[in-house]
Design a protein around this ligand. Structure first.
Ligand SMILES: Nc1ncnc2c1ncn2[C@@H]1O[C@H](COP(=O)(O)OP(=O)(O)OP(=O)(O)O)[C@@H](O)[C@H]1O
Length: 610
């Protein structure tokens, strides 16, 4: 797994870690900028203009009050300046409102763009990672947290922008207050800092809690899916699992609720206390200003300006401090997001790959190959020594868990061997480009995906570059016997499959299998690998599929995994796996003659038909 960016102890995030996390912000800005450069710049410019508005409005307000007081003292004076000032204030108010709306609009547009952009980045990066990384639960938690960041992080951006905006606004207001009485600023700080520390503490507790809950949250999502999904409904009904699932959901969600509500109550109580403290600070300052006005040391206009400035400053500062905690918290969450992009695939890619042999001359050779899954002690494959010759059809047989699927995954470099090497035409498989290898292999796994897409698209996934090549798709369908199915469907090749979307048609297990098989014929692969390709087919369909398969793969290599010996015996050679190692290898006749495990299992199955 990739190194950890910032080792954050989930139970205790210190102020320093919080500050340290702010270094993630430039990266956030870069990502937002990449989502839309011009919207980001316009939003920033508008905020700079907007930051001058509070002090401008207060100052014009002060001038108006002073004019009114003057006219009050000297009735009949010239009102021209007063009304001009009122007009200016009106203009500023309208401008402020307009700026706010534009900023909000840009923020929400940027938010959408950012979320789309980062979701695509996550998918793109995930595509580069290894299969075993997906099979690791630590990785999965990280992926999950990264996914959650795609929506929330644009809020972080607008918070950071608002922070800059408020900071400039405060600069203007502080200048005004300091000119009047610098002590007021100290009072302001004393009233605000406890609130900030309190907020900061509770935010870190909240983050620690959310983070420590990630695995359970994944389980909660999974349980929710089990309880209400088209794919699980059948078993849930048959086995009467509803109560079992709902109880599990209830236990988990109650635990979250208890933890979260404890923290929320504590936070709210302390929040109230600190806010009273803040109000006390404000009213103390207000008292000082009123006193000085009565003493005649300041004008009524200045009183309104200073009282307004103080109120605004206090709310700006409180807002900024609160926002700081959520910005730094957001920046800590950002760690998870950036950490995900730091995970690198372990499967090495040749820097200067060799040209892929076409045609393959010597075939694939396993040289004492062993493989152990990540974090597992048992070997899934061990001491594999055999060659798949060009044009040869090799059947893999063996009991459940014998290592058949793992062996073909190694051929496709979904994993690399833990020990030993796989050679292709005498050269280590790692020296060829992985894309070339996959292009030359047509692999259909037993747990192939039933894409909730059209029939055409379901077949085209076997060679997505040919998605618009309808003739090829239909040819592949006829080769796998899925053409009869296309005939039968109301919308033929454009028929949406699966029930998840409108007008989708669900297929039978065998029908799905024919569709999946068609994927193997979508490209002119030199080697075909079919992992239990006919398990769901009826006897006649299986026979026909193999007749076709033999014709269509004439001269090509193929690996067939099957529990049906009627299928396996069609291969040129049969490799019997046991506990990950090669127990026997030979032709059907040779293995029968040998009278070993194959012969035993073959007779056992044959007896079943007598
Ligand atoms: N992703 C995985 N992570 C950890 N262990 C795995 C994983 N996949 C398979 N294994 C283990 O590796 C061993 C070989 O599994 P494999 O799927 O290759 O067997 P198989 O012969 O194809 O079995 P079957 O006939 O049931 O499909 C099994 O013991 C299995 O538990």
């Amino acid at each position: 797994m990739a190194k950890t960016r910032n080792v954050v102890n989930p139970q205790n995030i210190s102020f320093r870690q919080r500050l340290a996390a702010l270094k993630n912000l430039p990266e956030l800005f870069r990502l937002v900028w990449l989502s839309s450069p011009w919207k980001t710049s316009v939003s920033f410019l508008l905020r700079v203009v907007r930051s001058a508005m509070p002090v401008a409005l207060l100052y014009v307000g002060k001038l108006i009050v002073d004019q009114v007081v003057l006219l009050n003292r000297h009735p009949g004076g010239n009102q021209h300046d007063l009304w001009q000032l009122v007009a200016v204030e009106f203009g500023l108010a309208v401008l402020t409102d307009g700026l706010n709306r534009m900023i909000n609009l840009l923020d929400s547009l940027l938010g959408d763009l950012f979320s789309n952009y980062t979701s695509m980045r996550i998918m793109r990066h995930a595509a580069t990672l290894d299969l075993d990384q997906f099979e690791d639960s630590v990785f999965y938690d990280k992926l999950e947290r990264a996914r959650q960041q795609t929506v929330g992080r644009s809020v972080l951006l607008s918070q950071v922008m608002s922070q800059v905006q408020d900071f400039i606004s405060m600069g203007f207001l502080i200048t005004g207050l300091a000119a009047f009485n610098p002590w007021l600023i100290l009072l302001l700080l004393v009233a605000i800092i406890p609130a900030f520390l309190g907020e900061s503490y509770f935010n870190s507790q909240n983050y620690a809690l959310t983070r420590s809950q990630t695995p359970e949250r994944r389980e909660l999502d999974y349980v929710r899916y089990l309880g209400a999904s088209d794919e699980t409904a059948k078993e849930v009904k048959i086995f009467g699992l509803a109560d079992f699932i709902i109880n599990r959901f209830e236990t988990l969600s109650n635990r979250f609720y208890a933890d979260n509500s404890k923290l929320a109550v504590k936070r709210s109580a302390w929040g109230t206390f600190f806010s009273v403290l803040g109000s006390m600070g404000y009213y103390a300052a207000y008292g000082v200003i009123i006193y000085q006005t009565i003493e005649g040391k300041t004008t009524v206009g200045s009183l309104t300006f200073l009282a307004g400035s103080f109120r605004q400053l206090s709310s700006l500062m409180e807002g900024m401090l609160n926002r700081f905690t959520s910005v730094s918290q957001g920046a800590i969450y950002l760690n998870d997001f950036l950490e995900f992009f730091e995970i690198k695939p372990r499967i090495t890619v040749a820097a200067a790959p060799l040209p892929f042999p076409n045609p393959i001359k010597q075939g694939f050779t396993f040289e004492d190959v062993g493989f152990r899954y990540h974090n597992q002690t048992a070997w899934a494959n061990r001491h594999l020594n055999f060659t798949l010759a060009p044009g040869e059809k090799l059947a893999l047989v063996g009991e459940n868990g014998a290592g058949k699927t793992t062996l073909v995954k190694l051929m496709a470099r979904l994993y690399d061997p833990t020990e030993g090497r796989i050679l292709l035409d005498g050269v280590d498989l790692k020296l060829y480009a992985i894309e070339d290898l996959r292009l030359n292999l047509g692999v259909i796994f037993q747990d192939y995906i039933r894409y909730q897409m059209t029939l055409s698209q379901n077949i085209a996934v076997g060679n997505i570059s040919q998605i618009n090549n309808q003739a090829l798709i239909e040819r592949a369908a006829s080769q796998s016997l899925a053409d009869a199915l296309a005939e039968k469907l109301p919308q033929h090749y454009n028929q949406w499959l699966g029930r998840r979307f409108n007008d989708g048609v669900e297929l039978s297990g065998g029908e799905w299998q024919k569709v999946a098989l068609a994927r193997a014929y979508m490209k002119d692969a030199q080697v075909l690998i079919l992992d239990e390709p006919t398990a769901a087919l009826d006897a006649r369909a299986e026979y026909e599929v193999f007749q076709r398969f033999a014709e269509l793969t004439e001269g090509k290599s193929a690996v067939l995994i099957s529990h049906r010996f009627s299928t396996a015996r069609l291969a040129n050679r049969i490799l019997v796996l046991d506990k990950g190692t090669v127990l026997e290898i030979g032709t059907h006749a040779e293995l029968l003659l040998k009278n070993g495990r194959y012969a035993e299992l073959f007779r056992l199955q044959a007896q079943g038909y007598q």
